[in-house]
Design a binder for this molecule. Structure first.
Ligand code: SAM
Length: 273
């Protein structure tokens, strides 16, 4: 069984990796198109004082381009079968579940300027990865993430479109979100069922507000997509909310998916929660 799972042959001290079958359960669709890999790594420019964090380097296809940038490089890879390949490229890979990582602790001994995340992330945990990064306590300058095309559409959606929702506004609070380019499914091995897109997240200056309370309030605004904001926010003081909506020329029948981030922020401040 071992030989079907992991074909590694050790010859005279050197490791020749013959084949590591992709694990669907770990979202393993390896990027094989060299032009796309180069384009992803060219999406950011770094100095040698900066850090690049890669989540899920896999067989190192993107890693080799990121290492060429000659800045600090670190990665988390859950699949220890990748170690014989990755260790030939770098020793800065932690073989653990990224979602359980403590970034502040792991980077506490490193002095750096900008912190970048560049990754072809496992699609089955796209949202948890972003939430983990945002709540990690590390100030991230920008992130370049390869995600499913449909997910990219949701991340960069504008108000009044079907893809716009709670998570779009959550991301808008922290980042300018821009889809950079599309990646056809045939660029991966194995070929997934969907196309992908490279999305760039550029860190914004955030408002000084209680983020936990703000996101609870935001969830409440989007709690029932079919209902108006008024219906979703029945427990709040509408003598305060109406004037804010009026200021932005929205009617009392408005739905959450019609409102941009700044209106939610304004209502939240006005309610003084
Ligand atoms: N970066 C490689 C590439 O572009 O070919 C591999 C990308 S593949 C879509 C996702 C990678 O994330 C796999 O190597 C997988 O083992 C790894 N992975 C999946 N879940 C993970 C987790 N929770 N923490 C760290 N790595 C994970």
């Amino acid at each position: 069984m071992f030989f079907f799972d992991f074909f590694v042959k050790v010859c005279l001290g050197s490791v020749i990796v013959l084949k590591i079958p992709a694990k669907k359960s770990l979202g393993q669709n390896f990027l094989k198109d060299e032009e796309i890999l180069k384009r992803i790594s060219n999406t950011i420019s770094v100095t040698k004082e900066d850090v690049i964090l890669e989540i899920g380097p896999g067989k190192g296809a993107l890693t080799k381009y990121l290492l060429e940038k000659n800045c600090h490089y670190f990665a988390y890879e859950i699949d220890t079968r990748m170690e014989p390949i990755l260790s030939k490229l770098t020793s800065n890979v932690k073989y653990e579940d990224f979602l359980l990582s403590d970034l502040v602790n792991d980077f506490s001994l490193l002095t750096y300027q900008n912190f970048y995340v560049v990754a072809n992330i496992p699609y089955y945990i796209t949202t948890p990865i972003i939430e983990h990064l945002v709540s990690s306590g590390i100030s991230i300058s920008s992130m370049i993430l390869l995600v499913q095309k449909e997910v990219a559409d949701r991340f960069s959606a504008k108000p009044c479109t079907k893809d716009y929702g709670y998570f779009t506004v959550f991301l808008n609070y922290y980042f300018e979100v821009e889809t950079q380019f599309l990646v056809n499914r045939t660029c991966f091995d194995p070929v997934p069922k969907v196309d992908s897109a490279v999305v760039k997240f550029i860190r914004k200056e955030t408002k000084k507000l209680d983020e936990k309370k703000f996101f609870e309030f935001l969830k409440c605004c989007f709690s029932n997509k079919r209902k108006t904001l008024h219906n979703n926010l029945k427990q709040y003081d509408w003598n305060v909310i109406f004037p804010v909506l009026e200021k932005y020329h929205y009617s009392s029948m408005v739905r959450a998916e019609e409102l941009p981030l700044e209106v939610f922020e304004h209502i939240f401040f006005a309610l003084n929660l």
